[in-house]
Write a protein that binds this ligand. Structure first.
Ligand SMILES: Nc1ncnc2c1ncn2[C@@H]1O[C@H](COP(=O)(O)OP(=O)(O)OP(=O)(O)O)[C@@H](O)[C@H]1O
Ligand SMILES: [Mg+2]
Length: 247
């Protein structure tokens, strides 16, 4: 064994089988002690290599998603927000909605858990090795406007269609201009029936005209596309933030 060790290390490095490189000597000792067959030994090494590859890919997807915080579904207290359909949220966490390019909309007052739920579904998607991108509506529209100015709008729209799940947070806290409203429409239109969007907003649908610079036509066109295949959650409840302050 030892006479080949340096060469084996080199081969494994060349093949980028780093996990196997880290463990094969120890695993060989274990295999000898427990009388594992050659096949079992090889199986163990390959299994560890594959698991490490999956873990790295999940970490990478999670990093690229740009989540502002880590929020997990397991930490969400459904008893505090009884108006939320827990069963449906759990169904969404299986990501079935993404295969049908359906959207999810969380609408409600500050602190009711919209961003928390959006992130936790996003994390599930990243763990399933989907391409996820989290951004605020403000960030996204600024980026769209900058892309238009620099002549890269189509490139940016194409890039966003390659994302499996786009999460747009805080739509409605800041009003868009007429121009950015049109850009937002283009983005929603491009993803329509192709890729899922999760939107969080503090504004009920009837006030969406206000978000889009009073342009009711654009607002209606955006809502129509977002809602067509969607799971809207209207969360009428208390702020979790206030609960923690009052304690
Ligand atoms: N039901 C809940 N169980 C556990 N934590 C919760 C719950 N609801 C909200 N939180 C926590 O309370 C804080 C506020 O929630 P979140 O950011 O999701 O609110 P929001 O609805 O997005 O509010 P805003 O409109 O102000 O952005 C977060 O730290 C979140 O993790
Ligand atoms: Mg929020």
């Amino acid at each position: 064994m030892q006479q080949y060790q340096m060469q084996i290390d080199d081969y494994l490095k060349t093949l980028s089988l780093h996990r196997i490189r880290d463990i094969y000597v120890q695993e060989a000792e274990n295999a000898a002690n427990t009388k594992l067959s050659y096949q079992d030994y090889l199986h163990r090494l390959l299994e560890q290599q594959v698991l490490s590859k999956i873990e790295r890919s999940i970490n990478r997807r999670t990093q690229l998603a740009c989540f502002p915080q880590v929020k997990r579904l397991e930490e969400f207290d459904f008893a505090f927000q009884p108006r939320i359909n827990e069963k449906l949220i759990r169904e969404l966490s299986t990501l079935e909605f993404m295969t049908a390019a359906k959207n999810v909309l969380f609408i409600g007052a500050p602190g009711v858990g919209k961003t928390h739920l959006a992130i936790s579904i996003g994390i599930k998607a990243a763990q399933a090795r989907k391409r996820v991108l989290f951004c605020t509506a403000e960030q996204l529209t600024q980026d769209l406007a900058a892309a238009e100015v620099s002549g890269n709008l189509n490139k940016m729209l194409d890039m966003t269609t390659r994302i499996d799940l786009l999460i747009i947070d805080e739509l409605g806290y800041l009003s868009l201009t007429k121009q950015t409203a049109k850009l937002f429409f283009q983005l929603v239109s491009k993803r329509y029936e192709k890729g899922s969007i999760i939107v969080t907003s503090n504004k009920p649908f009837e006030q969406w005209g206000d978000i889009f610079a009073g342009d009711e036509v654009v607002a209606a066109a955006i809502l129509d596309r977002l809602l067509h295949h969607s799971y809207p959650f209207l969360i009428n409840g208390k702020s979790f933030r206030l609960k923690t302050i009052n304690k």
